[in-house]
Design a protein. Structure first.
Length: 193
């Protein structure tokens, strides 16, 4: 019961944040927001949101909202992808390191499940796991924790996976930034049909 209440509270908080974000843009345009923040501060804010978004499943949506908003406001999509992608990768790295340390300390039954997952991953072709991680992180808006936590628990080598995670985060950042720019121009035309 406690877990359900906690999940409901988290869902309500996310809805309030999204509603606040939407309400904000009824009164101020993305361009005005960037004019008040300044372009450099926009990149820094996205970097910091990226770190928070990478380290927590529940702050990820605010990162993607900010990325899209800043791209619509006219900030450079490449710099947005770099600032956000590096930030999210730092957050993901924290999760991986925590997972690696936690994976060494789990007791009995859970340790057996982690060992089964580890042996399952070891049986796959060496380049398959990084490729699937890239596809997931680079092409989906879903939380990276669904990949980074299991990899961390199994002790997957950081030096092999961090560059792939960075490349995936840069790709998803660029996709969202460009979708923000070109989607805002296409969407009104689509609605007027």
């Amino acid at each position: 019961m406690k877990k359900r209440v906690k999940n409901i509270i988290i869902a309500i908080i996310i809805c309030i944040i999204l509603a606040g974000w939407i309400a904000l843009f009824n009164y101020i345009s993305p361009q005005e927001l960037v004019a008040k923040l300044g372009a450099r501060n926009g990149y820094l804010i996205l970097f910091l949101l990226g770190i928070l978004g990478g380290a927590s499943t529940f702050t990820g949506p605010s990162y993607f909202l900010a990325l899209t908003t800043l791209s619509v406001a006219g900030l450079n999509p490449l710099f947005l992808a770099l600032a956000g992608g590096i930030g999210v990768t730092i957050g993901d790295s924290i999760i991986l390191i925590l997972g690696i340390n936690a994976g060494k300390k789990f007791p009995g039954e859970f340790k057996e499940k982690v060992d089964k997952l580890k042996s399952f991953l070891e049986k796959k072709p060496e380049k398959m796991i990084p490729f699937l991680v890239y596809l997931y992180i680079g092409l989906t808006p879903f939380p990276n924790e669904f990949v980074t936590i299991p990899l961390g628990l199994t002790g997957y080598k950081l030096r092999k996976i961090i560059p792939i995670i960075l490349l995936g985060n840069l790709t998803s950042g660029m996709i969202f930034a460009l979708t923000g720019i070109y989607g805002i121009n296409y969407f009104p035309k689509f609605l007027s049909r």
